[in-house]
Design a protein. Structure first.
Length: 606
């Protein structure tokens, strides 16, 4: 579509007509007549141009006034070209007269403030926001000719009184003196903020770019703790060794290869405690950490002493760095209360114990052979506490515990006889002076290999007044000594439960003392009162090998009778108590008692 002409308001048409009239007058009238058409006197800054012949220094015959303005105000022209400041950001495409009208009188201010006053001006429009302490400063404190770069004279600008609003640089050093003499570069904002100049803002300054990056606890230290803020040159502190800043907390106690060591081998910047001195590092020292010692906390051997005059040589850490360690008892209390001090090694712990563990002891059965009591048989696998333990020995506490030490082990034992440690279930019958003819003590029937069974043999039993012959030799001990079966299976040590006694006082020598009379007393009237051995031997109960019928009874077995089985004549009958027994006594001896008459056999014929 063709472009439509734009309707102009009456005011605009008047201004255009006035401008055309003035232009026509300038062409047709002489110079003296120009003053007659001036809109009014110029502002005080342009006062020298308020002459009829000077109009064309601002009003060009061709082109706009802006070109004439920047030709004189070169600093503003530079900003417009470079896009700097308010003129380069917002007014770059505008005419100067739009914001700076003139011909309004000597006291007219050429600067128009959109916010109404310079104090309310939004400084962000210039590209430089006022933050921190800058925001509270009066405008005139910064907008001075001495802070302008380049200076107004060098820029070809007529200086203004008091201050100027443009021409200030954004670099800190354009207004502030660099106390570091450019040692850290020209960008002050890398370390400083606008709120507090003396406080270094760590989030701005990258200390990793220096020769000493801040790690661990150092990252939280205030800058002035290391850097003197009063130093105008920013002198660097020494940092080659920890001792350059920190006092030796151990007062020279910490030595490596015989020389005082720096902190770094044992401590980290993440914290002074705990130390980073490892077990492997300790192996290079005069005392190697082996076994259980490798797991011990450092403070157990290197304690911290309480504050006092005595710890002045330990340093501020108050830690004993080089404790004595010649003997185990230097650090450990003698757990045996000095009982072994009389030995050749003065009771050295390492003679019986290892660093890998206090228990079990390394004192073996073979070592015990050098002492008064050899550990043989069942004694060999016993735990040491079985004989040496306080709880097993029943010694009174606490007096016994104090005498034996913390381990509660008794080493100076006086026991050498069995009955000094073990209960005697035989009530001293077999000990010296006992009731038994066997007075050799426990070892006459037992050995150290095991307590049960006893070592008493069939042959040895003859010495106890009753020979175990033939079948008796195969009878187990409990067959005669039934009390052995009733004894609880408890240990024989004296602190164990007291077992039932085994006096072995049986004086049974007759068969009927152990065996029941299966004949029900049928032979009690005999001369031998029915002694079992008169008919039976010890090899077997049946048959009655010693019984001779022709000798021992009034009825001889002759002829056919000699072949008749015993049970044919001695039949089983029940006694008054209902027990079935073979009848031996009172058997009839007459023929007709067993045999029927002939006439009965032949049907009554004789």
């Amino acid at each position: 579509m063709p472009e439509q002409p734009m309707l102009m308001p009456a005011t605009c048409m008047f201004v255009v007509a006035l401008a055309l009239t003035m232009a026509l007058a300038l062409v047709l009238c002489p110079a003296s007549a120009l003053a007659q058409v001036s809109p009014g006197p110029l502002a005080r800054a342009h006062e020298k141009l308020d002459q009829p012949a000077s109009c064309f220094q601002c009003h060009a015959r061709a082109g706009g006034m802006t070109q004439r303005c920047v030709a004189c105000h070169t600093g503003i022209g530079s900003q417009r070209r470079d896009g700097r400041g308010l003129h380069g950001r917002e007014a770059r495409a505008k005419d100067c007269a739009g914001c700076h009208p003139d011909h309004a009188g000597r006291d007219f201010a050429l600067v128009r403030w959109d916010e109404g006053a310079p104090e309310r001006f939004d400084h962000r429009r210039t590209g430089y926001a006022l933050t921190g302490k800058h925001a509270a400063l009066p405008c005139a404190d910064c907008h001075q000719a001495k802070f302008q770069h380049p200076s107004p004279v060098a820029a070809g600008v007529t200086p203004e009184p008091a201050h100027r609003w443009s021409g200030l640089a954004t670099a800190c050093t354009s207004c502030h003196t660099d106390p570091h003499k450019a040692r850290f570069g020209a960008e002050c904002t890398k370390c400083h903020g606008t709120q507090d100049w003396k406080r270094i803002e760590k989030q701005r300054f990258d200390h990793d770019l220096t020769r000493y990056p801040l790690r661990g606890k150092h990252a939280a230290v205030r800058c002035e703790s290391c850097h003197d803020p009063a130093s105008p040159t920013g002198k660097q502190p020494a940092f080659a060794a920890c001792g350059d800043c920190h006092k030796d907390a151990h007062a020279g106690q910490a030595l490596i290869a015989g020389k005082p060591a720096d902190c770094a081998p044992c401590h980290a910047v993440e914290g002074f405690k705990p130390a980073t001195f490892t077990v492997e590092m300790h192996q290079r020292e005069t005392y190697r950490l082996e076994g259980k010692h490798a797991a011990v906390a450092c403070a157990s051997c290197h304690p911290q002493r309480p504050v006092g005059a005595a710890i002045s040589a330990l340093g501020t850490a108050r830690v004993v760095m080089r404790p004595p360690h010649e003997r185990c008892t230097t650090c450990h209390t003698d757990a045996h209360g000095g009982q072994l001090a009389a030995r050749a090694d003065r009771g050295a712990c390492e003679a019986c114990h290892r660093l890998t563990g206090w228990k079990p002891s390394t004192f073996a059965v073979a070592d015990h052979a050098t002492l008064k009591l050899r550990l043989e048989g069942a004694h060999a696998p016993l735990e040491c506490a079985a004989c040496h333990g306080l709880d097993r020995r029943g010694l009174p506490a606490p007096a016994a515990a104090a005498a034996l030490g913390a381990a509660k082990f008794a080493f100076k034992l006086t026991e050498s006889e069995c009955v000094q440690c073990h209960h005697d279930p035989h009530l001293s019958r077999y000990s010296a002076g006992g009731a038994s003819p066997q007075t050799a003590g426990c070892l006459s029937c037992h050995d150290v290999a095991r307590w049960r069974p006893a070592t008493v043999t069939v042959a040895a039993h003859r010495g106890y007044g009753f020979a175990l012959e033939q079948s008796h030799g195969a009878v187990p001990c409990t067959g005669c000594h039934a009390e052995m079966d009733k004894r609880p299976k408890v240990g024989s040590l004296r602190l164990a439960a007291h077992p039932a006694p085994l006096p072995f006082e049986q004086r049974r020598h007759e068969c009927v003392a152990c065996h029941a009379d299966v004949h029900g007393g049928q032979f009690a009237t005999r001369r031998d009162r029915g002694r079992c051995e008169a008919c039976h031997g010890l090899d077997a109960w049946r048959a009655a090998a010693r019984f001779v019928h022709d000798r021992d009874t009034p009825f001889k077995l002759e002829g056919a009778h000699a072949k008749v089985a015993c049970a044919a004549c001695h039949r089983i009958q029940k006694d008054s108590a209902g027990r079935a027994r073979n009848v031996y006594h009172g058997v009839p001896v007459r023929c007709e008692s067993c045999h029927a008459p002939v006439d009965r056999l032949n049907g009554g014929a004789r």
